[in-house]
Design a protein around this ligand. Sequence first.
Ligand code: SF4
Length: 229
Amino acid sequence: MAGSGQSTATLRLKVGNLDIAHPITVPNAAVPATEVLPALQGLVNAVVGATEADLTISCRKGCAACCRHLVPISRTEGEALLALVDAMPKERRKAVRARFASAEAQITAAGLAEPAGRGDQEMSLAYFALRLACPFLEDESCSIHPDRPLVCREHLVTSPAALCSGLAQEGVTPAPVPKLSLAAQRLQDEDGSWFALAMLMAWNRKPRPPARRRSGTEWVQRFLKNLSR
Ligand code: SF4
């Protein structure tokens, strides 16, 4: 269905044990990948909702141990979050940027600004040991909840919440949410490259090629191709 410069279609996906039918609306024009992110966020929300329907999820507002983990984000999500910060009122933007600067300084001082030969698991554990709150965490709640990264949406647990604070994550049982974020991560960078959310401002200081523009349908096709890999 097309109209108003947008197209809507119902995506029918089989992911994990789930059969998902979800309508998504994307722009017809050639746009940066960030423009289709809201559609993918809605799709991930639908997959998470279908997964948790049969489970007892322990996660609650104000329980934010997971917001001290390394949150891997892609260029697309990074660019969307930069725009979100830029659009904040001046005082709030200043406070958020100050938290990013503080986080970056602590990560750099700990020698975790680059993987330096560490595997993903080793890097994640070393990062979690810093107990560094996400710069978007306020009063132990996500201050950008509607715009939070895809991996934040996908991370839910069924084990007691108290276990999530343990350094080794012993006994933590993640809900089996299919990781659509991995397909979204390859929208612009086909190698699936990522960086830690807390290093967003540092990442933005590095040069990168101009963002490609494609129609919304083309971006969704790329996402679906990545999903089928
Ligand atoms: S973006 Fe929000 S949900 Fe994700 S780690 Fe940061 S505070 Fe937590």
